[in-house]
Design a protein around this ligand. Structure first.
Ligand code: TRH
Length: 351
């Protein structure tokens, strides 16, 4: 089997927000454009995708609505060479039967959530046999260590960044040029009870603070040192530009968290909240491996509801965070990206 002939079906259920669609689309697009795979993305709710990638209907991925019940088997729904179920979504039983009926069995992957916890490297790539059919499913874990599945990063990322024009970006959104000493901040967060305190601290800041809130419909306003601007929800490429245009990025969930690391600017992560504060263990696991983890920890815990917030102290630490952020990004980008690693993993098993 040659690489150019590889077909791939990615199945995505949108649980909430944007992350599920965001990760699946990014992976699908990279497999199609960088690895010449024929990719179909089966998604049960196309609405978030329309916002993340308004051009997703025109290729290079075939986007299909994952309807229930699954359509009867036809040539267009035959199982692909590589089948990826994102975040343990359950495949249609008829599709699984079609996988087992192939003469060359497909490579079946469960793409898992990102975590910096220690156990991830040990579980990455593990097989799980189907209880009844002659199929093996492999767990594919994104991660920060070389022994995990890595992180999604497009091969043209550096080239896009090199062309980025901050002044043009600011002009496009009606933002004035940078004031002396200004701290420009992007803010993408879940509802956060600590936000009013932070807004007060920004309002009283000795330095001008310009906060850009993508996807917000609030009126833009200026109070004290704080200028708050609502921006439209940007397509994924535009969101990268926003991160490059800022000195500090507040991100959340999974995919914006990864993009902030590629942007290599100081960032604050609001982790997706889970029952029994399990998410705080995941937050600590990431802080433990990041070169600036000790300096980031107090403010990050505060932003995740687990400590007192001290903006002035964090703001003073921003210049010292610049180099560790670059170092971290360099380390991660020296490893194979998730799509490239996944292609290798599959081609070894498709032989
Ligand atoms: O939207 P998220 O909170 O997504 C999630 C979901 O909660 C999901 O269920 C959970 O499993 C996962 O996180 C961990 O945050 P995330 O992951 O950062 O996804 C947001 C995407 O939206 C990301 O690709 C960046 C993109 N984005 C834009 O493209 N334009 C924008 O203007 C903004 C604000 C975000």
């Amino acid at each position: 089997m040659t690489n150019t002939l590889t077909s791939c079906d990615i199945f995505c259920t949108v649980v909430d927000n944007y992350g599920d669609a965001a990760v699946c689309w990014r992976l699908a697009r990279q497999l199609a454009t960088e690895h010449a795979w024929r990719v179909r993305l089966w998604i049960d709710d196309p609405a978030p995708l329309a916002q993340l990638a308004p051009d997703s209907a025109v290729g290079p991925v075939e986007v299909r609505t994952w309807s229930d019940p699954w359509p009867a088997q036809t040539p267009t729904t035959d199982a692909a060479d590589v089948v990826i179920e994102a975040f343990a979504c359950e495949l249609p039983p008829a599709y699984v039967e079609a996988m087992a009926a192939r003469s060359c069995l497909p490579v079946w992957l469960n793409l898992e959530y990102l975590s910096a916890e220690n156990w991830v490297a040990g579980c990455h790539g593990l097989p799980s046999p189907h209880p009844r059919l002659p199929l093996l499913k492999h767990f594919y874990f994104p991660g920060f260590e070389a022994s995990t599945g890595g992180l999604l990063r497009e091969s043209d990322y550096d080239a896009r960044r090199a062309k980025f024009d901050e002044a043009a970006f600011r002009a496009e959104f009606g933002l004035p040029s940078r004031a002396p000493e200004e701290i420009t901040i992007s803010l993408f967060s879940y509802a956060n009870p600590d936000l009013p305190d932070l807004i007060r601290a920004w309002t009283d800041s000795p330095r001008p603070i310009r906060v850009l809130r993508p996807g917000s419909t609030e009126e833009s306003c200026t109070t004290g040192s704080l200028s708050l601007h609502s921006l439209p929800f940007l397509p994924q490429a535009g969101y990268d530009e926003l991160l490059w245009a800022c000195d500090l990025n507040f991100v959340r969930g999974e995919d914006s968290f990864v993009r902030a690391q590629w942007a290599a600017r100081p960032f604050v992560w609001q982790i997706y909240p889970q029952a029994q504060d399990v998410h705080l263990e995941k937050l600590e696991a990431f802080l433990a491996i990041h070169p600036a983890g000790v300096a980031l920890r107090p403010f990050w815990l505060a932003w995740n509801g687990a400590g007192p917030m001290d903006w002035p102290r964090f703001s003073d630490s921003l210049p010292a965070l610049a180099e560790p952020m670059r170092e971290w990004s360099r380390t991660l980008s020296s490893r194979p990206d998730l799509a490239a690693g996944l292609v290798q993993f599959c081609l070894q098993r498709l032989k």
